[in-house]
Design a protein around this ligand. Sequence first.
Ligand SMILES: Nc1nc2c(ncn2[C@@H]2O[C@H](COP(=O)(O)OP(=O)(O)O)[C@@H](O)[C@H]2O)c(=O)[nH]1
Ligand SMILES: [Mg+2]
Length: 444
Amino acid sequence: MEAEANSGSLEDSWAFIQRPGEGCRTVPLAGHVGFDSLPDQLVNKSVSQGFCFNILCVGETGLGKSTLMDTLFNTKFEGEPATHTQPGVQLRSNTYDLQESNVGLKLTIVSTVGFGDQINKEDSYKPIVEFIDAQFEAYLQEELKIRRVLHAYHDSRIHACLYFIAPTGHSLKSLDLVTMKKLDSKVNIIPIIAKSDAISKSELTKFKIKITSELVSNGVQIYQFPTDDESVAEINGTMNAHLPFAVIGSTEELKIGNKMMKARQYPWGTVQVENEAHCDFVKLREMLIRVNMEDLREQTHSRHYELYRRCKLEEMGFQDTDPDSKPFSLQETYEAKRNEFLGELQKKEEEMRQMFVQRVKEKEAELKEAEKELHEKFDRLKKLHQDEKKKLEDKKKSLDDEVNAFKQRKTAAELLQSQSSQAGGSQTLKRDKEKKNNPWLCTE
Ligand SMILES: Nc1nc2c(ncn2[C@@H]2O[C@H](COP(=O)(O)OP(=O)(O)O)[C@@H](O)[C@H]2O)c(=O)[nH]1
Ligand SMILES: [Mg+2]
């Protein structure tokens, strides 16, 4: 009896394992169990861990990026205003710890510096793309580690890209279109018309339509506020129609009526940042922070990072199935990639060896040639030296001959001289003798 019961329950569980879902029955609970607290547990855990949110502000220098961030988060983030003299585009990233009620937020604001300031703007999008990819790569590396600490990892992937459009009232600049096109598969782009107090109400409506149609005709995918969740579908649907938001930034508080409000004051009047009749700042804050912050984080992970990860792993040779549609084993992929790598390494080694041998041969030939030239030069010099030597010897010989002849002549001359002086000497002696004997003899 017991064995029967056991075999029955085993079959049931087999049935469940083999056909998931089919063997599942809904059973009523007789009393409170407590797993309805799971969402609360999740919330508590998330709150204790804290959240992180990363915003990238892309736009020309002076369009009000820093001011808008200060306005959005109701604080003054430090930072010097950027100059227009940057030789290229750079990204400046700052992370801040913010606290609201009991929720902690690690906020990273990345801003383009020097964007739109160069004469040649062809490559201006590149540093931005590289930055976004670098954050994906860092996350992927962390995921691929054997010992992962993802819960403590500071996720630097960009969750939202606020693209600042200049309030020209004309159309998008080609720099904007190119940049947005390059970024749209990597990040959630929210286009905004910056400094919208510079554009009139009627122009603004036309400008928004123009921008939207240009984005569509160029196939630029901007972030759409999600409408699949019923609780936010209506507001998000309405807000999607207001894109791109026309915003104004200001940290200056002015007394309007009996309230202090963020505003910009002009000689002809005051524009209120948080007045929906004046600009879309409130809409942006509502959509970016209060309603869709989690969706932006989620989309970043499930869409943009997933795409990066997939492309990267495929590039590295990983696949889900092999050509026969069988699941691809990680081990096999690793082996295949390793063999491919070793093969390439061997090929490279062989190429380098060949190159080395070739270079040695060339050097040898060069040295031989130099040696030959040296020998020839030596022979030439030797011959020259011998000729010189012979000439000198000949000259010496002729000089020796001359010296000998001279000596002979000299000896002969001396002999002659001595003979003649002898003869002269005996006559003088004779005369002296005669003078002695006869002092009166005059010799002169
Ligand atoms: N008219 C107007 N000026 C603004 C607005 N936002 C910022 N500014 C001014 O524009 C200048 C540059 O702003 P900044 O935030 O430093 O621009 P960034 O270089 O893009 O960060 C400052 O003088 C701001 O006061 C705006 O919405 N309207
Ligand atoms: Mg700035």
